[in-house]
Design a protein around this ligand. Structure first.
Ligand code: SF4
Length: 431
């Protein structure tokens, strides 16, 4: 097994099950104000007792009750009261954001590199993957990636974000690890100052399993080659019932947690994501968010970097494989539902997750900007080129200029500043 036995063991403890309906029972009848008060008190209790297991707190029941609550859109609400609950929730999430990180909106100048879409898996939601020789299949040569890295550097980028499909031929001398490490070294030579945010937990595990080496070996080698942090994608929904429907071949929820624990243990930060708005229910969302809280609490307790931010990734179905698209019955995310979830997530993840980011690629920039009023504080990256979600039919475009991101924040009357990947100040911004 490529995963370290101790992190596999810990992952089994930290991965949270969907809360049973009975756990939410006593919270369902509460007014929203009382439910949010109970949530705040629970976060305080968990902060004061870092060793308290989540299962022994009220968080699972509160999470389920909040995620199940019928916050009807104002126009469809049969009563003033239901419509106003959305406003109350938005206000609570916005207030928590203000308390934790202030009003400043951040963004990062980065370039996305989706290096290959050849893939050995067939996830049910994926419109990006191709077989070799199929129309639309591509693999960018290392020299082209170096050229794009240099170009990004000249455009003022501070980060390269690398994510790809699981390409069976991404090998050097027969080794996937040698290929990945060589790629990072080339990018480092081409653009020495750029932070390398690369390889999802699924990609890392693929490299280890294909080469028959430990994940520890993979991480050590990639870190030596310049890996700076890891995207927390491939989490989808950390519920095996959901994964069986949307990505049965992908790493399990427990394996995703185990990889992330090893990433954090190496001193590398990762992001945290949730792909939402497809077949998952409130209990699945609750399990996912509770697992993220459990991992972050452990990281804080051990003084590890943990998650640097949370990114909500709404499902885009327009070009997704037909069975899932038909089942979901919607081509684009429902902005109203995703804004509501944005606020619920901000409140449920609580103080341990200061930074929340909407996806302008999936939501469009105007909706992503609106998410800044629902608990988000960050607009993500300029990307310069995005392919994975765009091939799924997303309408947000493939790039943003810093000026467009700044203008979106300014329209809300909020201050705005550029950040680095890990929320520091870029050297260019230090007087
Ligand atoms: S989501 Fe990733 S792993 Fe799954 S089929 Fe698409 S490219 Fe492959």
């Amino acid at each position: 097994m490529s995963l370290a036995p101790d992190t596999w063991e810990q992952a089994g403890q930290l991965l949270q099950p969907p809360p049973p309906a009975a756990a939410a029972e006593r919270f369902r009848a509460l007014s929203l104000a009382d439910l949010l008060d109970a949530l705040e008190a629970t976060h305080q209790q968990l902060a004061a007792r870092p060793g308290l297991p989540l299962q022994d707190s009220d968080l699972p029941g509160i999470a389920l009750a909040l995620l199940e609550r019928p916050f009807l859109p104002p126009a469809a609400g049969p009563s003033q009261e239901l419509g106003s609950e959305r406003d109350q929730l938005r206000h609570a999430a916005d207030t928590l954001r203000h308390r934790l990180v202030g009003d400043t909106v951040t963004y990062v100048v980065n370039r996305n590199l989706n290096t290959s879409n050849h893939c050995v898996l067939r996830c049910q939601f994926c419109a990006f993957r191709r077989e070799a020789g199929e129309p639309g299949a591509y693999r960018l040569p290392p020299e082209e990636l170096e050229r794009r890295a240099e170009e990004a550097c000249r455009s003022g980028a501070t980060e390269l974000c690398l994510q790809a499909a699981l390409d069976p031929d991404a090998r050097l001398g027969g080794s996937h690890l040698a290929f990945a490490a060589d790629l990072l070294r080339r990018l480092r030579r081409a653009a020495p100052d750029l932070h390398l945010h690369a390889f999802s937990p699924q990609e890392l595990l693929f490299i280890a399993e294909r080469d028959g080496v430990s994940l520890e070996t993979v991480l050590a080698e990639l870190q030596a080659a310049g890996l700076g942090s890891v995207p927390g994608t491939a989490a989808e929904v950390l519920s095996d019932a959901v994964r069986r429907l949307i990505c049965p071949e992908k790493l399990s929820a427990r394996a995703w947690v185990a990889v992330i624990l090893q990433v954090h243990r190496r001193g590398l930060a990762s992001t945290a994501t949730l792909m939402a708005g497809h077949v998952e229910g409130a209990a699945d969302r609750a399990a996912h968010l509770l697992s993220l809280v459990a991992i972050q609490r452990q990281a804080r307790r051990l003084g590890l970097p943990g998650f640097s931010e949370f990114v909500l990734l709404p499902f885009v179905g327009a070009m997704a494989p037909a069975p899932l698209r038909r089942r979901v019955g919607r081509d684009q995310p429902d902005p109203s539902a995703m804004l509501l979830l944005t606020a619920q997530v901000r409140l449920l993840l609580g103080p341990a997750f200061p930074h929340h980011q909407p996806s302008w690629v999936k939501l469009t920039l105007p909706v992503a900007a609106e998410a800044l009023r629902w608990g988000c504080d960050d607009l993500g990256g300029t990307l310069m080129e995005e392919h994975i979600t765009t091939m799924a039919g997303a309408l947000g475009g493939i790039r943003q200029t810093p000026a467009a991101l700044r203008a979106a924040a300014a329209r809300l009357g909020r201050p705005v500043r550029e950040r680095t990947t890990l929320y520091g100040r870029p050297l260019s911004a230090i007087p």
